[in-house]
Design a protein around this ligand. Structure first.
Ligand code: ADP
Ligand code: GN1
Ligand code: MG
Length: 362
């Protein structure tokens, strides 16, 4: 046996594997579907990006704590068919949910049949997703153990800006001079965009357990009924500001085009998707949010395309060492797209504020 066969045998010693093929469009891990005959399940196999998730033991212990807690809550709520609503990871004979094959770390979970993830959503799906992400945060409010930060300071804007400045100073592949214009656009907003960290230090903005990667494709819907089945991609579940989850969803779902579309004139922020998401999110999360969190939701929506632009540009300047890229300018194209989206959001902040005021639960 060699390569993938050894990994698959570790998790599925009973055999029966028929086919293994790539799955999804993630930028960090490598994901495969493992089709089996006769076992009753198919599986998702992932090579964990160990350059990014340095402590795989911590990563998996967070995920185990989160899925156990969610499972308990769903069972208490009488949710039927629990394995379609909470991810179930497979342990090897050593009892661990991860495996090192001498080169890479791997994990396996049950494939949720009859499910679909989307790269874009309608307003109706946006409302359902908002409600589900709010519910996800609500269910994790009383998680007894404190989760570790799988990527320390993951959504800390001050750190992200520092990392960009460090990249510019080091300029390892000589790209910094060519992006002076976009760097100036970023620098002009840098101080204002660090509002969350400042408010947290003053004690007026809490950190809560958040998903921290609520891209639209990180939620599974039932392919026949359209109901939300399961929040997936739990690598970054950790304490953060609630804007992380609102911001990343809107950044991907309310953009009229994909985050790497070079046609900037096509980038627009869809207020219908925003409104639907907020209605769903506040329906399930409105009860525990503070007035400060509610007040800053529009700024939180602006923060995420900005943070993503900072991260994509830093990676471009560093020579594309973090995100998967398909061509040399890919990270720069992504940066421009996110900055354009930010401008669109900035133009509608007063409308967003008005809308939220009108639907806040009393
Ligand atoms: P990445 O970190 O690469 O984004 P994800 O965990 O989000 O990895 O998985 C990539 C894609 O695989 C998802 O968008 C979804 O379409 C599909 N997927 C992941 N886990 C499951 C699962 N348990 N059941 C069904 N599909 C899944
Ligand atoms: C990464 O793994 P994926 O593709 O869901 C990244 C997110 C970014 C996103 C940009 C651990 O998410 O933070 O928002 O790409 N995940 C990590 O598309 O850095
Ligand atoms: Mg994903």
């Amino acid at each position: 046996m060699k390569g993938l066969d050894i990994v698959i045998y570790h998790f599925l010693p009973q055999g029966g594997v028929e086919e293994v093929r790539p799955l999804g469009n993630g930028l960090i891990n490598d994901t495969y579907i493992v089709k089996t005959a006769g076992s009753g399940h198919d599986y998702v196999l992932q090579r964990i990006n160990n350059a990014i998730f340095k402590d795989v033991g911590l990563l998996q212990s967070n995920i185990e704590a989160v899925t156990a807690h969610l499972r308990e809550k769903e069972l208490a709520a009488g949710t039927p068919d629990i394995d379609r609503h909470v991810l179930r990871f497979i342990s090897g004979a050593d009892g661990k949910t991860f495996f090192h094959d001498g080169e890479s770390y791997w994990r396996m979970m049950v494939f949720i049949p009859g499910s679909k993830s989307y790269e874009s959503v309608t307003p109706e799906y946006s409302r359902i997703a908002g409600q589900a992400f709010g519910r996800f945060q609500a269910m994790l409010c009383d998680l007894p153990q404190r989760l570790g930060e799988t990527i320390p300071d993951f959504h800390n804007m001050e750190l992200r800006i520092r990392q960009l400045r460090d990249a510019v100073a080091a300029d390892p592949v000589g790209r910094a001079a060519s992006v002076a214009g976009i760097l100036a656009d970023i620098e002009r907003r840098a101080d204002a965009m660090c509002f969350a960290e400042r408010l947290h230090r003053k004690g007026v903005l809490p950190k809560r357990v958040c998903h921290c990667d609520t891209k639209v494709n990180n939620m599974l819907f039932d392919s026949s009924t359209g109901e939300v089945l399961c929040v997936i991609d739990l690598d970054t579940v950790m304490p953060s500001y609630i804007f992380s989850d609102v911001g990343d969803f809107l950044r991907t779902a309310a953009n009229t085009v994909a985050e790497d579309d070079p046609a900037l004139e096509k980038v627009e922020f869809r207020m219908d998707i925003f409104k639907a998401f907020m209605a769903g999110y506040l329906d399930s999360a409105g009860v525990f949010l503070t007035s400060k969190e509610l007040e800053l939701l529009p700024e939180g929506a602006a923060m995420f395309p900005y943070m993503q632009a900072v991260r994509f540009l830093a990676d471009y300047i560093n020579g594309d060492t973090y995100y998967k890229t398909s061509y040399p300018e890919h990270n720069l194209v992504r940066t421009r797209n996110q900055m354009r989206l930010l401008e669109c959001i900035e133009a509608v902040i007063p409308q967003m504020r008005e809308y939220i005021k009108g639907i806040i639960p009393s």
